[in-house]
Design a protein around this ligand. Sequence first.
Ligand code: ARG
Length: 515
Amino acid sequence: LRSYSISSAFDFGGNLFPLSQTQAGYAPLGTPSALDRQGVDGSLERNKTLTYLNGLSLIVGLIIGSGIFSSPSQVNANAGSPGASLIVWGIAGLLAWTGAASYAELGGAIPLNGGAQVYLSKIFGELPGFLFTWCAVLVLKPGSAAIIAIIFGEYVVRAFVGADTESVSPWINKAVAFGGLLLVTLFNCISTKIGTRIGDLFMFFKFIALLGVTIIGIVVAITGFSSKGSASEEWKTQGWFQGTNTEISDFAVALYAGLWAFDGWDNVNQLCHRRIQKPQSRFARVIHTAMPLVILSYLLANVSYFLVLPHDVIESSNTIAVQFGAKVFGRVGALILALVVSASCFGSLNATTFTSGRLVYAAGKEGYLPSIFGRIVSSRFLGDDSRFGFTPIYAMALNASMTTIYIIVGEFGTLVTFYGVAGYTFYFVTVLGLIVLRIREPHLERPYRTWITTPIIFCCVSLFLLSRAVIAEPLQTLIVVAFILTGIPVYYWRIFKRDGQVALSGWKFWKWRSR
Ligand code: ARG
């Protein structure tokens, strides 16, 4: 049996920031630091034994956020009928499930922190790993933060103006989105502890929000209630597939919106960083209950929407939960749902900001970005000796700046597709790496081994998705490709700067002073 050794700044231990201030920068996997043992960082406590319920809530909490309360409009508008929409949600869920199982295998086979960056580097070499990081820093992380912030902004505004008032200037939404971003960035700059505490607190709201919509849906379905003019009324006479779109490319756009709600499954490898007994069976149990659970609750939530809301409202509203609350419980219902969903989004925004900070920081430490981003700054606010007062402020600032740009130029629909194209490009290559690794290193120790059909299905479906994006959204795809390609010269520049030498297709170049 073989296993990989550890050698990367991306191997962030359980407690990146406090440690790096005083010690070498990062700790090897096998030697947990004192801080590690204390479990300073709430979200990645490697040495905590993972119970089944811990794992379940970890995965479900990472996935639920803004999507199920905002994506239905885009799914419906592009799928055309409730039946087709539900199928899109199902396919998106299955794709996320196969992806999660694949990432779990990779996480076990290459037991290092850093996710796709590390897997790509180990399997295909440093350039693909770098390109992932490059794209994550410039597109994926700020892009997803911007989407969540925008939905946060829309829901907060709805809490004030109610469900009916149609037109609110998008700039007001964006201003609130920016305010939310500023707040979480500030928290995470002051203290990593505050950041994780907020995360734990707001995790609760996600469950409440989704559970609320789902349970109401079940009640509504059982009692046979369906409101006048709701989509289900319309389709009772016309059939659930009436109006289904025949344009395949539009389905790709619908799928990206659905996939956004399931995104976060790539974090299942966080399971691998916990101490775990009988990993094979426990991983399998956690993943194979968490994913169906999320899929089922999303499907139920959608059925609730269909039973209660008219089709044109579903199609046109990014704040569907507010309209839903208003229809079932009136003004108070709208307010409660607006607040709960805003809180859920705020929690997600906070979590994303926290992990983005780590990623940019690690990229700075590795030499991928200018070293300033790998600097930890003591926040005087809590005093110099505070373990929790050291945060990667420059990394946070870079992330917040990029996010702000996306908030200004983007809106939910375009950003979700943009994010999806960039994200699934790397998900595809990474899962392809799993297949390559199976062939190249069949005897590698794999605590969790998925069926080989799992990554194959994932690769086929995501390849279809990517190929269709070129047709459906050529501009977005072009921008993503341009972003990735600009990473190539940057890679050689950074490696040259870091190592004093670089190899370009057979030719080796050295820095003069390093000879
Ligand atoms: N599925 C989440 C949502 O609906 C998005 C999670 C994004 N975070 C991430 N790490 N990819 O809001």
